[in-house]
Design a protein around this ligand. Structure first.
Ligand code: GRF
Length: 195
């Protein structure tokens, strides 16, 4: 039941997943995959002692070849679950077909509101009173897969982007590890109903 995290950015969610997995999950996170050689997540992986691999899409002929290369490493490491944590690419048929209902994502809004990039900014600009965080299964769309869990975050009248980001991140760092823990230990169904 080995677990990989995919990240393109700073990797704060990656770090919270690694730390919680070591304390609480039946298996710790054992691999980081990134598409960006400059991703902060890679430095965190080194500090945390998690093996990391970078795959740059431009080095491959097409998306299928890119994902095939990733798949080979995942299989070598006997990975069964993939946790996207700020991975800024759509997952293609190669990985989706090999990991049915075994790829999760965290998104910083209450989906289906504010899909895609800059979701916290979008929510603030729209003027919602509540935004939040969603953990969902990954399908071929962008932030469209079945929802597993959500947590709301209050937008105060004086909220700034910085303060709202902080609140959303704090919730992310708790909700994602807690939801994965529940999936791995059978406390909630490990696939959408009827699948
Ligand atoms: C998080 O807000 C996550 O929800 C989104 O990308 C961001 C990644 O942040 N998908 P970090 O790299 O984990 O700090």
């Amino acid at each position: 039941m080995s677990i990989a995290v995919f990240a393109s950015g700073s990797g704060s969610n990656f770090e919270s997943l690694v730390e919680r997995s070591r304390k609480q999950w039946p298996r710790p996170v054992s691999l980081l995959i990134s598409d960006k050689p400059q991703a902060g997540a890679l430095e965190r992986a080194e500090r945390l002692g998690v093996p990391a691999f970078v795959f740059q899409p431009k080095s491959y002929e097409n998306k299928a070849a890119y994902e095939q290369a990733i798949l080979a490493v995942l299989q070598e490491h006997e990975i069964e679950w993939i946790l996207l944590a700020g991975y800024m690419r759509l997952i293609g048929p190669t990985l989706l077909g090999s990991y049915p209902w075994r790829i999760l994502n965290i998104h910083p809004s209450l989906l289906p509101a504010f899909q895609g990039k800059d979701a916290v900014e979008q929510a603030l600009a729209y003027g919602v009173r509540w935004t939040g965080v969603t953990v969902h299964w990954v399908d071929e769309g962008m932030d469209t897969g079945p929802i597993i869990d959500q947590k709301p975050v209050l937008v105060e009248p004086e909220e700034t982007l910085e303060s709202l980001m902080k609140k959303v991140q704090f919730v992310e760092h708790n909700l994602y590890p807690a939801t994965v823990y529940k999936l791995l230990t059978g406390k909630i169904p490990d696939r959408p109903s009827g699948r």
